[in-house]
Design a protein around this ligand. Structure first.
Ligand SMILES: C[S@@+](CC[C@H](N)C(=O)[O-])C[C@H]1O[C@@H](n2cnc3c(N)ncnc32)[C@H](O)[C@@H]1O
Length: 382
């Protein structure tokens, strides 16, 4: 099969030469839209973070698709400049994928700075890629790194792979602390709520509590984590003392009474269920939510489709059908056995507003808030 990046280039050339049908060029534009969403919504990714004593080194790639000069962007730690920055460095690998984004050609960075204990006063370092023309947006795209002195036990690599698809500890730590901190910032900025305002929080499909492990910083919150993956739940019970963790069945109901929770988070769970399962679980989440409870549930958005180089025809059918099953996901085969439950699925935003809006008010769908996935923010007031 021809890789999507090559296909895109052929399409690009063909279109320049006028060899395309109207329908082809529609597909082509959907796919470049997703590549552009990576540059504009995700904007930067961290490959590695090292803290050696007080020396912090961070590397990855960052695309400045907005300022006149790529180097007008600033790398910040807790709002101050990094001491040493090498940017923009050549990135031929990115150029071949994001062929339609000229700045993808030179997008790698390496930064270093000195940090002290006080930098971790919130529990996390906040890392930002701030553009001159869009400074206010840097916070939403910030990545976070937790205080190693407060970090709880980490699962082994096979358990990490089961929840994020790769056995990479840095990705697990940066991804989990980032989603936790971006959700916190969203609740504060948009809904004027603090984590400490919530009494009972559910992490539905918590896996090894990559995200909700950081609720240990809010001991007043009663955290509950549930998952169909019994092995990960056993691991949470053994290693995390700040919450209660329960293994649940593949289908509802759960053993919680009605109106049990005032905040429900769920990261990358409804990206794996078929449409019938999705509806059954949305009804169940509604049953256990208190009136006016907030739910933050993630889906695959345009930016992650771009990141995964999803084929243009697939993206087109997600948009036209609203809900699309891509196929079986083997990541849980070893823990729950090979079955039809765990799939990869994609949703369009229009579908979410219509179908999920039957149960809850859809307040917002925030692109790439949950690291690379979009976050659907719901209120139980229907
Ligand atoms: C991609 S992992 C994400 C795990 C965790 N939320 C995180 O972000 O690290 C998806 C998780 O959903 C769980 N899951 C799948 N179907 C579920 C269901 N019906 N109820 C609860 N959890 C489910 C899986 O076992 C897996 O742990």
């Amino acid at each position: 099969m021809i890789p999507n990046s090559v296909l895109n280039k052929i399409n690009h050339l063909a279109r320049l030469l006028g060899f395309r049908t109207e329908q082809d060029s529609e597909l082509y534009s959907v796919s470049t839209e997703c590549l552009t969403a990576v540059a504009n919504e995700i904007q930067w990714l961290i490959d590695d973070v090292k803290l050696d004593g007080s020396k912090l080194s961070v590397s990855g790639w960052a695309i400045n698709n907005f300022d006149k000069r790529a180097k007008d962007a600033e790398f910040l730690i807790n709002g101050r400049l990094f001491e040493q920055v090498s940017y923009p460095l050549a990135s031929p690998d990115l150029q071949s994928i994001y062929f339609n984004i000229p700045r993808a050609k030179k997008a790698r960075f390496k930064c270093q700075t000195t940090v002290n204990k006080d930098d971790f006063r919130t529990g996390f370092l906040r890392l930002e890629f701030a553009l001159q023309v869009a400074k206010g947006q840097a916070r939403r795209k910030a990545w976070y790194y937790p205080d190693p002195e407060l970090e709880l036990s980490l699962p082994d690599e096979s358990r990490i792979k089961r929840v994020i698809g790769v056995p990479n500890r840095t990705s697990y730590i940066v991804g989990g602390s980032t989603i936790f901190s971006r959700f916190e910032a969203y609740l504060k900025d948009k809904l004027q709520r603090e984590y400490s305002d919530f009494q009972d929080v559910l992490d539905w499909g918590c896996g090894s509590a990559r995200v909700s492990r950081y609720f240990h910083l809010f001991p007043q919150v009663n955290l509950v984590g549930v998952d169909i993956d019994k092995d990960n739940i056993d691991w949470c019970r053994k290693n995390l003392k700040h919450g209660s963790f329960f293994a649940i069945e593949l289908s509802p109901p759960m053993e919680f009474s009605d109106n049990s929770f005032d905040l429900i988070i769920s990261v990358s769970v409804l990206t794996h269920l078929n449409e019938i399962g999705q509806h059954l679980w949305l009804q169940e989440l509604k049953r256990i939510s208190r009136p006016n409870a907030i739910l933050m549930l993630t889906i695959m958005g345009k930016s992650i489709m771009g990141l995964l180089q999803t084929e243009a025809s697939t993206i087109e059918s997600v948009e036209s059908l609203g809900f699309k099953v891509l196929g079986h996901n083997p990541d849980l085969d070893d823990s729950i056995g090979k079955n039809d439950h765990y799939l990869n699925v994609m949703h369009s935003h229009d579908y979410i507003r219509k179908e999920w809006g039957r149960y809850f008010t859809v307040v917002d769908i925030v692109p790439a808030l949950a690291a690379n996935q979009d976050t659907v923010v719901l209120i139980n007031n229907k």
